[in-house]
Design a protein around this ligand. Structure first.
Ligand code: AMP
Ligand code: MN
Ligand code: MN
Length: 327
C-alpha cells in the first residue's frame, strides 16, 4: 500500500480525533498516544483529541496518558478521524464518530482488515505493529524522545520484545533509530511488559493449573470465569499474557485462552506456533487478527466454544499433515 502524507491530509483540519480498538493493548495505546503527541507538535493550531477505552495503567509512563478521553465526548464536527490498529467495527463507542467524520484515515496491520476502512488507508499486514506504521508516516523533524518512546512501547508489545515472527529487519532498524532518542528502554520493557501484579500472577497460575491439553498435546485451552475474576477483584486487563504462556507449552501448536464476558459469552484469544492460521479461525467466528495471534467473541458454554474452535483447528491440522505427507 502506498505511503500517505499525514500532515498534508490534516493540514486544513481544525478538529482531529484519534481512536483505536476496544480493550486497547500496548500497540493500540502507544500508537494513539504517539499520533496525539505528534499532531499536537506538528499542527499546533488544530484541536486534537484522543478517545479510547481506559488502557492498562502500565502505559501511564507515556506522556499525555492522562489526556485520553474515555467519555467519547465530541465537541462539534470532526474534520479528520484517525482510526489506529483496527477496523471500524472494533472502534466501540468511537464508531459513531468515525462514520460522521468528514475525512477518515485508517492505519492498521491486521490481515483481517487488509483493505482498510477509511477514505485514506495505510494497512500493511506484514508490519509488526501499528506503531511501526505510524513511525513510517511521521515527518522525522517532529519526533522527540516522548514520541519515540511511545512508538517503541507499541512495537515491543506486539512483537513480544522482538521475538514473534512478525519482527522484520525493518522492525529492528526502526527500533535502532528509536533508541537513539535516549529513553531508558530496558526499564520500559520491565515496567510495561514483564512486571505483573500479584493478582495477575495468581490468575496466570490458576489458568495454567486448570489448563487442558487435547488433540494429542497439540492444543491447550484454559478459561477464567466471572466468579474467579470477582474473587480476585480483577478485570480483563489482568489476563494479558496468559495465552502467550499457554502457547509455549512444549509440543503445543495452538493455544486458546478465554474469559467470560457475559452469560454464555466468551472473549477468546488464539495463538499458534508454526502452521495454524489463527486469523482464519477468528474470522470464521466473526473476529480477526493476525496469522499467529487473533481473537474473537463466541457464544456458548466453555465446552461449546472449545468444540467449535477445535473443529476449525482440526481442519487446518489435517490439511497441513496431508501436505507434509505429500512432500
Ligand atoms: P488478543 O487475543 O485479544 O490479544 O488479540 C490478538 C490479536 O488479534 C490482536 O492483534 C488483536 O487486535 C486482534 N483481535 C482480537 N480480537 C479481535 C477481533 N474481534 N477482531 C479483529 N481482531 C481482533
Ligand atoms: Mn491491538
Ligand atoms: Mn497491533
Amino acid at each position: 500500500m502506498e505511503k500517505i502524507y499525514l500532515l498534508e491530509e490534516c493540514k486544513d483540519a481544525k478538529y482531529i480525533l484519534i481512536s483505536g480498538h476496544v480493550r486497547p493493548d500496548g500497540d493500540c495505546t502507544s500508537s494513539c498516544l504517539a499520533m496525539y503527541l505528534y499532531l499536537k507538535k506538528a499542527l499546533p493550531a488544530a484541536k486534537v483529541q484522543l478517545c479510547l477505552e481506559e488502557p492498562p495503567i502500565v502505559f501511564q509512563c507515556i506522556q499525555d496518558f492522562d489526556k485520553i478521553d474515555s467519555t467519547y465526548t465530541v465537541d462539534g464536527e470532526v474534520d479528520v478521524f484517525i482510526a489506529l490498529d483496527c477496523e471500524k467495527s472494533r472502534l466501540g463507542e468511537a464508531e459513531e464518530i468515525f462514520v460522521k467524520a468528514k475525512k477518515r484515515i485508517n492505519i492498521d496491520h491486521h490481515i483481517s482488515n487488509s483493505q482498510g476502512c477509511g477514505d485514506i488507508n495505510y494497512v500493511n499486514p506484514d508490519s509488526s505493529s501499528t506503531a511501526e506504521l505510524v513511525y513510517e508516516l511521521m515527518d522525522k523533524q517532529y519526533i522527540n524522545q516522548e514520541i519515540a518512546k511511545a512508538i517503541y512501547i507499541g512495537m515491543i508489545h506486539d512483537t513480544g520484545i522482538f521475538q514473534y515472527s512478525n519482527t522484520s529487519p525493518n522492525t529492528l532498524r526502526t527500533a535502532a533509530e528509536l533508541i537513539e532518542y535516549g529513553f531508558d528502554f530496558s526499564s520500559l520493557i520491565d515496567e510495561t511488559f514483564y512486571e505483573k501484579t500479584y493478582t495477575q500472577n495468581q490468575l496466570l497460575g490458576r489458568a495454567l493449573l486448570e489448563s487442558i491439553i487435547f488433540m494429542h498435546g497439540k492444543c491447550i485451552v484454559s478459561a477464567i470465569d466471572k466468579k474467579t475474576l470477582e474473587f480476585y477483584n480483577a478485570t480483563a486487563k489482568d489476563l494479558d499474557g496468559i495465552v502467550n504462556q499457554l502457547r509455549i507449552t512444549k509440543g503445543v501448536e495452538c493455544a486458546i485462552f478465554m474469559y467470560a464476558t457475559g452469560n454464555l459469552e466468551y472473549k477468546v484469544s488464539l495463538r499458534s506456533c508454526k502452521y495454524v492460521d489463527v486469523s482464519k479461525i477468528a474470522a470464521f467466528f466473526g473476529g480477526g487478527g493476525h496469522i499467529r495471534a487473533a481473537g474473537c467473541t463466541i457464544n456458548g458454554t466453555f465446552y461449546d466454544v472449545v468444540n467449535n474452535i477445535s473443529k476449525q483447528i482440526a481442519l487446518q491440522m489435517k490439511a497441513y499433515e496431508e501436505k507434509m505427507i505429500l512432500k
